[in-house]
Design a binder for this molecule. Sequence first.
Ligand code: SAM
Length: 318
Amino acid sequence: RDVEISDEAVRGTCDDASLCKRYAVNVGYWKDPYLDYFVRLPKERKAPEISRGYYARVQGVGRLLKAFLQKTECNCQIINLGAGMDTLFWKLKDENLLPIKYFEVDFPSIVTRKIHNIKSKPPLSKPIMESHSGESLLMDAHSLDSSRYAIVGADLRELPKLEEKLKKCNMDPHLPTLLLAECVLIYMTQDHSANLLKWVAGLFQTAMFINYEQVNMSDRFGQIMVENLQSRKCSLVGVDDCRSLDSQKERFLQNGWETANAIDMMKAYNCLPKDDVRRIEALEFLDEKELLEQLMQHYCLCWATKDSSNLGLAEIAL
Ligand code: SAM
């Protein structure tokens, strides 16, 4: 019963992410015409440091992801773990950057909601139909499988079932594969996330894993962040893995990955193209620079690679 209660709270976090993104998109931080179909615009204002944090997250992940697509010339797969209402598939299609196949995984109830949105909104379903060829597209309440896009309801802690479901959707372990986890591993125990990373490293010979989540959670600011989430019954059970940038890297290196990098989001923010950063900094006045820095130092971007095809994945940097 306890597991059920906290899983429910974890599922609720997918709306937080989409609402904050929707708010930032509405102010003009970046463009995403598809978020509107998944979440309403929040009534309450979001602080500018929150929007800047999301900007750094979306741009940072996006740059690493595009570097992978470039190295593989889109001859690859993407598997978005705990994808929530993420809109990346539609944005990549618009940019002509679709991989051979794009997969999403989340809890069945989240997937049901996402499929309902896709079915009822032509701007979401049309791109899936357009990129589909061959036999008829498979769709039920818990999964959707088309030629280029599949969404699977599964628990990331139950790996044999997950593998079976992905394989049923033609996931090909021989293709270079990008795994993406944005604020997902932190909700799993140390053992569950280690097993997940090990499973991926064992299954794919050529792969990159991008992980974005909280870090440095043992200091005072981190503790306040943890308490905040706990007050919503959402326990960050993976918080011990997020003690430091080093522990983020170690987790990959100890579970079958060849290279691992981790930077905090302040560093990531400072790596982003200066002209665009200047543009977004002019959108909203931010008087608490220190708060922004503190917030950014408590999130990190970590990416790990294994590269038996020698595609040069180890060279990928922000
Ligand atoms: N990655 C999305 C984004 O950045 O917008 C959503 C992030 S949300 C904070 C975390 C997501 O991970 C939720 O949609 C949740 O349901 C999913 N999740 C967490 N633990 C999971 C598990 N064990 N199995 C499947 N999905 C999980």
